[in-house]
Design a protein around this ligand. Structure first.
Ligand code: CP
Ligand code: NVA
Length: 307
């Protein structure tokens, strides 16, 4: 069990390489049924944005751990009427054992974590999506039997998923190549952070050339061109991002055994073509399933279940 009891997960960079490895190992053991830790704890879900996978996978994971879940609907709690985050956090802290938050600003998540003593989990902010990447790494490890030395290419927007991929790949020694249009690069500070925490000999490349980035890669990964909160830009982004589409031509440049990942929801014909997402290289359904196993490992570790 990773030594994570009582901690928050606000960024993947909150974890060390060893802790990511331990979480992935625990996730695999939970998935195989080898371990069945049980608890009587309560998880709160406070989601300011839509979610299918994260909401349901956290809920089922907690149920399977013997715990309970409260969906803190942001339209029916006092959050909707502007109760300060500082107050909401201190009150929820007195009822819940652990809290998973999906919101816009990373700063708001950090304020929650500062005022709540219970573990707080980033279930997606505009800056990062760490739970997604734990599931992604679990999927890659299942497919290749290892992570270190593999190469992942991400094509599309330099968004929250790209940021967490940079950090997650760096921590496990996977080379990561991020190909985006010039005005949509990942934040420089996150690229620098990834380089600082990367295992030795891990390549971290940010480029505007998707084809060069895809060459020989083991994982082709993409995400929506307009994230939640950017809906008004969706149409104007299409022509800018078209050269970054995950399609057969791009996939043909990758390693012959390459897998295709997408965090979902997908927009067929935009960031990914139907033949690629439905094709034999696609592992998106295993990836979606792994959200549940990876988050079960995370919940068990943060709650110290089985210690
Ligand atoms: N990938 C992901 O986070 O999906 P949801 O938005 O449905 O939770
Ligand atoms: N980048 C996307 C991920 C959705 C799971 C978004 O933030 O909307």
């Amino acid at each position: 069990m990773a030594e994570l009891k009582g901690r928050d997960l606000l960024s993947l960079a909150d974890l060390t390489s060893e802790e990511v490895t331990a979480l992935l190992q625990l996730a695999a053991q939970l998935k195989s049924g080898q371990l069945k830790p049980q608890c009587n704890k309560v998880l709160g879900l406070l989601f300011y944005k839509a979610s299918t996978r994260t909401r349901v996978s956290f809920t089922v994971a907690m149920y399977q751990l013997g715990g309970q879940v409260i969906d803190l609907n942001t339209t029916t709690t006092q959050v909707s009427r502007g109760e300060p985050v500082e107050d909401t956090a201190r009150v929820l802290d007195r009822y819940l054992d652990i809290l998973s938050i999906r919101t816009f600003e990373q700063q708001q998540l950090e304020t929650f974590a500062h005022y709540a003593k219970i573990p707080v989990i980033n279930a997606l902010t505009d800056r990062e999506h760490p739970c997604q990447i734990l599931a992604d790494l679990l999927t890659v490890e299942e497919c290749f039997g290892k992570l270190k030395g593999l190469t992942l290419t991400y094509v599309g927007d330099g968004n929250n998923v790209a940021h967490s991929l940079l950090l997650g790949c760096a921590l496990v020694g996977m080379n990561v190549k991020i190909a985006t249009p010039a005005d949509f690069k990942p934040l420089t500070e996150i690229v620098e952070q990834a380089k600082a925490i990367a295992l030795p000999e891990t390549e971290i490349i940010v480029t505007e050339d998707p084809e060069a980035a895809a060459k020989g890669s083991h994982v082709i990964y993409t995400d929506v061109w307009a994230s939640m909160g950017q809906e008004s830009e969706a149409d104007s982004r299409i022509p800018i991002f078209q050269p970054y589409q995950a399609n057969e031509q791009l996939l043909s440049l990758a390693d012959p055994e390459a897998i295709v990942l997408h965090c979902l929801p997908a927009h067929r014909g935009e960031e990914i073509t139907t033949d690629v997402i439905e094709g034999s290289h696609s592992k998106v359904w295993d990836q979606a399933e792994n959200r549940m196993h990876a988050q079960k490992a995370l919940l068990a570790s943060l709650l110290g279940i089985g210690d």
